[in-house]
Write a protein that binds this ligand. Structure first.
Ligand code: PLP
Length: 358
């Protein structure tokens, strides 16, 4: 039987190097086998239930999602322990969440009494139980309660709210995960973990059990993941990585590329790829070309990538691989992954939760 070679894939296409990805999954799993905290990988990176199952098989405790729509896709794929690390607000979404809680052990972040009230009422109507974590702002200044006192009064309200189960707290140190210097990153992460753990201590002093303390990303997995009292880490990008994160952290390999084709050579210094900003994002800088020494992407239009060339002379029709600068947003533009081992295609996997931002 003829199996497809990587270079027979039509382009633009998202390609996973399975050997590299497997090593990333293994390396992160090995880390958590040696430490008391657990991994709850953030699946907003890959948005693919097959990959989530691989992470769970390697030992992850559960998964993290950013959106209710993502959690619904993951639950449909048979995953039970799901944290939506985000606020689910409003009658429509809380009703959907309460229904989802009848089919999996979903957990959600909360920060306000109004939201707690609507979640409790939705759970009551659906006859389900929703697990909740209080989100604490640990310095990123996105969502979360601003003080331990606020967390304490919210926890007391949750404990007396029917249909809700208080599980603990979470705090995401997103301002720290990509600080390039390790010691600066460590300092910023530890400051955040101190905020989170002091909140846990105040809850416990008031007789409230805090089972889960969830934090961390790829850039801080080994800092937050070894901080006493942190029970789980929400790393996402480590599984596939990207050019931007690889500049910050060398522990994991870039396993994701966009396979493209040169469609034009308008002049000696320029090659045009068949992939532009509708196939790859560039908010973290330009994606990086593989195997074209001295060449780089200078500009992306919607469906064209402009490559500046110095010493090489690639021909129209030649396939070129590109490492995304931001894996999470690039993946969200694609419907499928080509899963490749060596240069043989081993699988074609739907990115089932792409675009599920509602
Ligand atoms: C709530 C939350 N947890 C964890 C992460 C970690 O992701 P990564 O591992 O890609 O840094 C993110 C990334 O945006 C996030 O928003």
């Amino acid at each position: 039987m003829h199996t497809l070679s990587k270079y027979e894939i039509d382009t633009p296409a998202l390609v996973i190097d399975l050997d590299k990805m497997d090593r990333n999954i293994r390396k992160m799993a090995d880390f958590f086998e040696k430490h008391s905290s657990n991994l709850r990988p953030h699946t907003k990176t890959h948005k693919c239930p097959i990959l989530a199952h691989k992470q769970l098989q390697a030992g992850a405790r559960g998964i993290t999602c950013a959106k209710l729509g993502e959690a619904e896709v993951m639950a449909l794929a048979g995953i039970r322990d799901i944290l939506i690390a985000n606020q689910i607000v409003g009658a429509q979404k809380t009703a959907r969440l309460a229904n989802l809680a009848r089919h999996c052990d979903v957990m959600v972040a909360v920060e306000s009494t109004d939201n707690v009230a609507e979640l409790s009422s939705a759970a009551g109507s659906a006859g389900s139980t929703i697990r909740v974590l209080i989100e604490v702002d640990v310095g990123m200044h996105r969502c979360g309660v601003k003080s331990a006192e606020e967390a304490l009064s919210l926890a007391q309200i949750i404990l007396s709210s029917p249909g809700l189960e208080f599980e603990g707290i979470m705090g995401y140190e997103g301002h720290a995960v990509m600080i390039p210097d390790f010691e600066d990153r460590q300092r910023a992460c530890i400051d955040s973990m101190q905020v989170l753990i002091s909140t846990k201590e105040i809850l416990e002093k008031n007789g409230i059990e805090v089972k889960i303390v969830s934090a961390g990303g790829t850039g801080t997995y080994n800092i937050a993941g070894t901080y006493p009292g942190i029970t789980e880490i929400q790393g996402g990008s480590y599984i596939l990585m990207d050019a931007h994160y690889a500049g910050v952290l060398q522990d994991f390999e870039c396993a994701l590329t966009i396979l493209t084709t040169i469609i034009s050579r308008p002049n000696k210094e320029t090659a045009i790829l068949d992939a532009g900003m509708k196939a790859m994002t560039f908010e973290f800088g330009m994606p990086e070309l593989v195997g074209l020494p001295g060449a780089n992407l200078s500009f992306l239009s919607e469906e064209h990538g402009h490559v500046y060339i110095e010493d090489v002379d690639p021909k129209a029709g030649q396939k070129i691989e590109v490492i995304p600068s931001h894996c999470c947003t690039t993946i969200n533009l694609h419907d499928i992954y080509y899963a490749v081992r060596g240069d043989r295609v081993e699988g074609v996997w739907p990115i089932a939760a792409r675009g599920k931002f509602v």
